[in-house]
Write a protein that binds this ligand. Structure first.
Ligand SMILES: Nc1ncnc2c1ncn2[C@@H]1O[C@H](COP(=O)(O)OP(=O)(O)OP(=O)(O)O)[C@@H](O)[C@H]1O
Length: 259
């Protein structure tokens, strides 16, 4: 369970102040997959950094399973947009995936099992000894997902993880996320600026306004749990929902100046 209450973040440097988040309140229940969508610069990354304990909020409260976050919470893994920077180029795929497990002091034999299972789950068995720079962008992002999954997190944060891969790979990776989510029962908060992606993936979509940022709307995605790229995206309900999200984001942009 993830609870964000009255979250506010103001960046200060010298005289200059940027109010990145004004007042955010929402929850993500245990095992839920929630997408967070908002216009560029509305503070999505700031929010995720506050939730993952990498950044101190100026006000409000973030709780993970009832505990206030004051540093990276145990049982949380993050997948970032920039896979190229999040993997260590001098380490093989296997070593990249294993590293957080060593830091977590998981015994050797269990580490081997987890690395093998997670690489298998993302379709990368056989690439263990390759280095990240020998792989395509989509494969590197699979390694980053495998590393997060191997950690056996209760909560997985994803910050625009597919923004830098081509459309076909992106569709495959979206399906991979839903498949892993169903299999592992993990709580996922998935940040994206892509409206269609948020509706395709989420059980709920939380929409953020433009800066200064508040929660604009929180929409239940009542599409069938079994989703696939062709049928789901052609479903009239999908089109209705994406239109709703689109309209909310547009009106958020228009209202931004009046706050
Ligand atoms: N370290 C910082 N110092 C000062 N201002 C910052 C800092 N980091 C972010 N900001 C500002 O806070 C606001 C929100 O930035 P953030 O990166 O969280 O938005 P975002 O929604 O993730 O953006 P995008 O969709 O473009 O990736 C922006 O106005 C940005 O300029």
């Amino acid at each position: 369970m993830l609870e964000v209450k009255g979250l506010r973040k103001v960046y200060r440097s010298g005289e200059r102040e940027v109010e990145a988040l004004r007042d955010l309140t929402f929850t993500v229940a245990q095992g839920e997959l929630v997408c967070l969508v908002g216009p560029s610069g509305c503070g999505k990354t700031t929010l995720l950094r506050c939730v993952s304990g990498l950044l101190d909020p100026t006000g409000g409260d973030v709780r993970v399973n009832g505990k206030a976050v004051d540093g990276p919470p145990l049982g949380m893994a993050v997948v970032f947009q920039e896979y190229g920077r999040s993997l260590f180029p001098w380490m093989s795929v296997r070593d990249n995936v294993e590293l957080p497990l060593k830091q977590k002091r998981v015994p050797k034999q269990r580490r081997n099992e987890l690395v093998e299972q997670s690489l298998d789950a993302v379709g990368l068995s056989g690439s263990e000894s390759a280095y990240p720079w020998q792989l395509s962008g989509g494969m590197q992002q699979r390694v980053a997902i495998a590393r997060a999954v191997a950690y056996e997190p209760q909560t997985l944060l994803m910050d625009e993880p597919f923004a830098a891969v081509d459309a076909q790979t992106r569709a495959d990776l979206e399906d991979l996320v839903r498949q892993l989510w169903k299999r592992l029962g993990v709580t996922i908060l998935f940040v994206t600026h892509d409206i269609d992606e948020s509706v395709y993936l989420g059980q709920r979509v939380v929409m953020l306004s433009s800066s200064p940022t508040v929660v604009q709307d929180d929409l239940i995605i009542d599409l069938p749990a079994e989703r696939d790229q062709l049928t789901t995206r052609a479903d009239p309900r999908f089109i209705e929902l994406r239109t709703k999200v689109y309209q909310q984001i547009q009106s958020a942009k228009k209202n931004a100046g009046s706050r």
